[in-house]
Write a protein that binds this ligand. Structure first.
Ligand SMILES: NC(=O)c1ccc[n+]([C@@H]2O[C@H](COP(=O)([O-])OP(=O)(O)OC[C@H]3O[C@@H](n4cnc5c(N)ncnc54)[C@H](O)[C@@H]3O)[C@@H](O)[C@H]2O)c1
Length: 396
């Protein structure tokens, strides 16, 4: 398998996340003092993806078009799953069966049943698992988590979360993200998954009840897709002519209650014109409030209601100070900004720490934890269908 000083990794997938994870594994040991050296051993891609070129570009030693073989290679210790949602379960279960650690993209699975089986299998086998909820490792979000733990916002009353994008106009062909069999759901599993995880993480509380779910599909038919996804979400997708049915939502909204008494609202959308990647939250507590928007990812806004009333107001914190802000010390001199890819490098570091028996910088979701997020997502869809309150405890 892998030695005590290194871990051999097999990456499954060469698309958008295949590139993001490759960059994570490639950069991590250059910026962080890693307890285990990540060895980029083998990358899997489909026949039409030119694995040799991908491997040469990113530094993978080998490439293959057979993911089952990649998982069984005895020298591989960590399987990194970066394929469409319906493939997470078969790939992760195979890896668990082979006794390998697994880091899997989000949502953990397309369906609750798959997510439950993955969590059960991992528990039974005792292997280490991780889910790439990368926004936890944006320094501003990790700082928000820390400030809540320090009691700086007091008792949380309101959580307002949204993840709005606008890439899914009618010209975008029928990629896997629009097919329920491949994706499970649309904006819901893609975007609400992130903000459910992020708000569970920042508040340190669980979502207990859901109501007011609305799921809507505005564009019900799209042109058929020609060729592979080409490493983007919508850009570069080509139409093959003919049309097919969209079987997922374009938007899902819902209301929720948290275990600590807070009330919450969630909104995910792919056609919220003008909001290109507005992934964020506002949290209001008895002593203060926090606001984050990924479109300004180096900043966290904090309102300190314990300050002298004469000077109370929103403060924009530039989360770029190595000595004071999570993960930042590994990067550039103070006040030099970071970008999207840094969250993945930070996560690669924490995965290596946990594999080496150390604590991560901030908590990292395993399959058990990501299954909790999946139950919330399922409860929201149940609420939308049945138009009633749904207790998350009843959704297993
Ligand atoms: N953490 C994040 O912020 C984030 C962002 C985007 C996507 N994702 C997640 O990452 C995963 C992959 O998304 P992506 O955007 O990289 O997708 P993508 O379409 O860009 O890439 C998917 C990869 O899977 C391979 N694949 C597709 N169908 C396959 C099949 N039948 N058999 C074997 N391989 C197959 C493709 O060839 C490609 O290499 C999804 O679960 C998605 O939800 C997470």
């Amino acid at each position: 398998m892998s030695g005590t000083d290194h871990v051999n990794i097999a990456l499954l997938g060469q698309g958008f996340m295949g590139r993001a994870h490759s960059n994570g594994w490639k950069q991590v040991a250059s910026f962080f003092k890693v307890p285990l050296k990540p060895v980029m051993h083998t990358v899997f891609g489909q026949e039409d993806e030119n694995g040799e070129a991908f491997a040469a570009n990113w530094g993978w030693k080998n490439c293959t078009t057979n993911w089952k073989k990649a998982i069984r290679l005895p020298e591989i210790g960590l399987i990194d799953v970066a394929t469409p949602n319906y493939l997470h379960a078969p790939m992760a279960m195979d890896a668990i069966k082979a006794g390998k650690a697994v880091c899997c993209e989000k949502p953990i699975a397309g369906t609750l049943k798959d997510a439950r089986q993955m969590a059960q299998a991992a528990r039974k086998a005792g292997v280490k698992t991780f889910v790439w909820y990368n926004y936890r490792r944006v320094p501003a979000v990790a700082l928000a988590h820390r400030l809540v733990r320090q009691g700086r916002v007091g008792e949380i009353r309101h959580v307002r979360a949204l993840y709005l994008q606008d890439w899914a106009g009618p010209e975008v062909p029928l990629a896997w993200r629009f097919d329920a069999k491949l994706a499970g759901s649309g904006a819901h599993g893609d975007l609400n998954a992130h903000i459910v995880d992020m708000t569970r993480f920042v508040t340190g509380q669980e979502i207990t009840e859901i109501c007011g779910g609305i799921a809507e599909t505005f564009i019900r038919e799209r042109t058929l897709l020609s060729g592979p996804a080409a490493g983007g979400i919508a850009a570069g997708l080509k139409s093959a002519g003919g049309t097919g049915k969209v079987t997922v939502d374009d938007t899902v909204l819902f209301l929720a209650r948290f275990s600590g008494g807070a009330v919450a609202s969630y909104e995910a959308a792919r056609q919220a014109t003008g909001n290109q990647n507005r992934n964020g939250f506002e949290i209001n507590g008895t002593k203060g409030s926090l606001r984050f928007d990924f479109e300004r990812m180096n900043e966290l806004q904090f309102y300190d209601a314990t300050a002298d009333r004469a000077v109370q107001g929103w403060t924009t914190i530039m989360v770029t100070h190595g000595a004071d802000h999570p993960y930042v010390g590994a990067w550039w001199p103070d006040a030099h900004l970071i970008g999207y890819e840094h969250g993945f490098v930070n996560e690669a570091y924490d995965i290596l720490r946990v594999l080496a028996g150390q604590d991560p910088v901030v908590p990292i979701p395993d399959f058990e934890d990501a299954y909790k997020t999946q139950r919330v997502l399922e409860a929201a869809l149940l609420s939308a269908r049945s138009k009633r309150w749904v207790k998350v405890a009843d959704v297993k």
